[in-house]
Every structure is written in structure tokens, then in C-alpha cells.
Ligand binder design. Sequence first.
Ligand SMILES: [Zn+2]
Length: 327
Amino acid sequence: MNHQKLISILRRVLSSPTAPFHEYHVRRAIHELLEPLPHVTLRSDAFGNLIATYSLGGSPARFCFGAHMDHPGFARSPRTGGWDFLGGMPPGYLNTGAPIEEFGEFAMWRLPAFAVEGTRVIGRACDDLIGCASIVCLFHELARLQVNATCHAVFTRAEEVGFIGAIRLAQSWPFDPAVCFVSLETSLPMSGMSLGGGPVIRVGDGQSVFNHVVTADLATVARESGISHHRALLDRGSCEATATQFYGIPSAGVSVLMGNYHNCGPNGRIEPEFVDLSDVKGMINLIIQLVIRSGGASISQANLAVRFEERIRNHALYEMTTASHFR
Ligand SMILES: [Zn+2]
């Protein structure tokens, strides 16, 4: 997509402050970015997850892309009135005395909200506002290109305290049971991986192995569209696909590798997170191509069927001439 438009969407989403259960600023930003688009409808579920649907042409949806709107941070304790830190954080980092910035009922580390330096996108909450912004970009591109397809998206709440928004979503799944949930995340790199090599098609996370058909479709689309990517088990953390899959929803995941995970910088310092812009562009391009090319039926499985039958045909003479030994 257009570079300036991508940057302006990233800026709008990443500049919004957020914490677990306090996702209203991000939610408003996403709502305002999606509402003017043609063929897009928006609604909420009972928990406050924001649900968006793009539909042109009336074909059934195959995918629901998901990203979470929260980030580890401080929430006003309903019991004591002091600050509770919600989300995963190594204890050493919590006691550094790093300054915080208050936003009424919640607070974040006092860090620059958004910057682009060279190929790096730097943000206090790349996790998972990069995923949210990527879905917003997907919808903008589908609308601009007038793509004939239907696809859903869910922007969830309270992921950082244990996938609560995704659990609530899956427990009252508002779509056809065949619709696959594709989690878009930011992740710790595995050894040997570095930022800038493209998005990671996540065969699983620390708790689950994901749907093999959708994972194969993602890899096929990436390969055939010339999108640099990894295909790997990212098991240093878990994502919402583990929660949705547990409740029976076919689930898959794509991740952008990230530095300073959960604001944990080198030498015990609280720092902004960062990702590589080319990885973000790769992830957006991958999901656009997935909807365009594999929105109706699985292309990976169709390819496999052709190749398997071809192998049988190509070896039919050997099979025939050796059959007498196996009678
Ligand atoms: Zn996180």
C-alpha cells in the first residue's frame, strides 16, 4: 500500500494510549479509521471486542483476522485505588523506578508513542498495535482495490492478562464455524532469526500447533507472491490463536519480529519496542494476497491434490510392471 498512508495509519493507532481493560482510545482510533470505508461494517460484542466486516460481492468469508488492542501497563486497582501492573513483565523491570505517564484510570511507561527511524518503527506499544494497524491497512486496501471478497476482523481486549477478549470471542463465536481465526502479533525472535527478513508464518506457539491448511495457504501465498517470510514455530510466547483453537475455531498465526519485547530493553532498562517496517509491509501484503487469492478455497490443498495425482500417473508404468511381486 501507499507508504504515506501506511505511516499515517501506524501513527494514528500507535499514538493511542492503552492498557489491559483500558483499550477505548485504541478502539476509537480504529473505529474512526474504518468507519468511512465503503463495504465495511462495524459492531461490538458483549465484551467490547470491536468486530469489522468487509464485504463486496456476497461470497462467504473464510478468514477472521485478529489483533489485540491492549499492552502491558498500569491500571487503577478496583480494590486499593493504587496502580496494578497488568501483563507479563520480568520482576526486575518493574522496580527500576522508570517514569510512567497517566491517562486517567490507567498509565503506561513514559516513552515516545511513535517514531520511524530509517527502516525501524519505534513505539511504546508495538505489541499489538502493529497487528491492529495492519488489519486497518488490509481493510483500506480491500476497499481501494474493490476486492470481491468477504472478510472479518476482531480487535480484542485484555490479551495481556490471558487472552480474555479472544476467549470471550470464541465462546460466542459470531461467524460461521468454518471461518478461520488468523492472529496477527509481534513476537520475540527465535535464535537465528533477525528483524527485516519478513513476517513469520507461525506454525504454532508455546502451547499449540495451528491449523495446517491455513498455515499452508499462508506459505503458498507468500511464496507465489514473492513475499519474504519465515515459516516457524514461535514458542517463546503464546498468542490468541491458542485460545480460539481451544474453543474449536480453526486458527493460524502470523507474526512480526520485535525488539525490546514488553518494553524490556538491554541492561534492565524500560525502552520502546521496535519492529522493521519491511516486515510490517510484508505482513500486510501477505494478508491482502491471502484474502484475494485464497479467500474462496484452499489453494495449498488444491495444489497438493494436483501434485499427488500427477505422481501416481507418472509412476503408473512402474506400479504396473512390479505389481506381480505383490500379489
Ligand atoms: Zn504482549
